[in-house]
Design a protein around this ligand. Structure first.
Ligand SMILES: C[S@@+](CC[C@H](N)C(=O)[O-])C[C@H]1O[C@@H](n2cnc3c(N)ncnc32)[C@H](O)[C@@H]1O
Length: 210
């Protein structure tokens, strides 16, 4: 997977432009209200969304692609970027009280999705918040292409994603106290004349129990 992402960031740079997702602004408001101080953005890419946090919070990013991290350190110097995998429980030390996980969970097959969520739980302080987004089963790509596991489709050659129903998302976060869920259409603006893409996301805000 690292090769795929490195290649994309090396050839396309800031792939999705520089404007944060509206969900990052919502999560930042939630974190502010809850008195969060230390935020982690796992799978942060080049920091498109870290900037929505790094002005107000001590912000750290964990990202697999060294190419993305190099871009991120230049784009958002206030965020501390770590190169590592969200699937490695030792990649972060813990002590985090807010996690913004944008479009990462759906990249993995079931075993790794469970591992990722177990790591989020490990890295969060008791009472800490997670705000996650993932592809929705109402996205037009859902159901297209070969299906290696239920709900997961290789919708483009070499590119798979898991498409979440509301129940599926709630089931994945069953070890958390769920605060809210949502469903939105987002428009991705590809950088430098690359056009736009509409897609459907689900969001979940949840708290690690004390
Ligand atoms: C769909 S992109 C989302 C990027 C970012 N959240 C944004 O919107 O700008 C997924 C990101 O997760 C990273 N990634 C994929 N697998 C990872 C892993 N196991 N550990 C850490 N990052 C990973 C990719 O390199 C890529 O930057």
């Amino acid at each position: 997977m690292q090769h795929y992402w490195d290649e994309r960031f090396r050839t396309q740079g800031q792939i999705w432009g520089t404007v944060p997702s509206p969900t990052a602004l919502t999560a930042a408001a939630l974190f502010r209200q809850a008195g969060v101080r230390r935020v982690l953005v796992p799978g942060a890419g080049y920091g498109r969304n870290t900037k929505a946090f790094s002005g107000d919070f001590q912000t750290e990013a964990l990202e697999l692609s060294p190419e993305a991290v190099e871009l991120g350190r230049r784009w958002d110097p206030k965020t501390t970027f770590h190169i590592g995998s969200v699937l490695d429980p030792e990649a972060m030390e813990g002590g985090i009280d807010g996690i913004f996980a944008y479009d990462v969970l759906h990249l993995f097959l079931e075993e790794d999705r469970r591992r990722f969520i177990a790591n989020l739980l490990k890295w969060l302080e008791p009472g800490g918040l997670v705000y996650a987004t993932c592809l929705s089963d109402e996205d037009p790509h859902c159901g297209t292409g070969p299906s290696p596991e239920p709900g997961t489709y290789e919708y483009m050659p070499g590119k798979s994603a898991h498409f979440f129903s509301e129940e599926d998302m709630l089931e994945h976060f069953r070890t958390f106290t769920v605060l809210s869920t949502g469903h939105i259409g987002e428009t991705l603006h590809y950088g430098e004349g690359g056009g736009t893409k509409e897609y459907k996301l689900r969001m979940i805000a949840a708290r690690k129990p004390h």
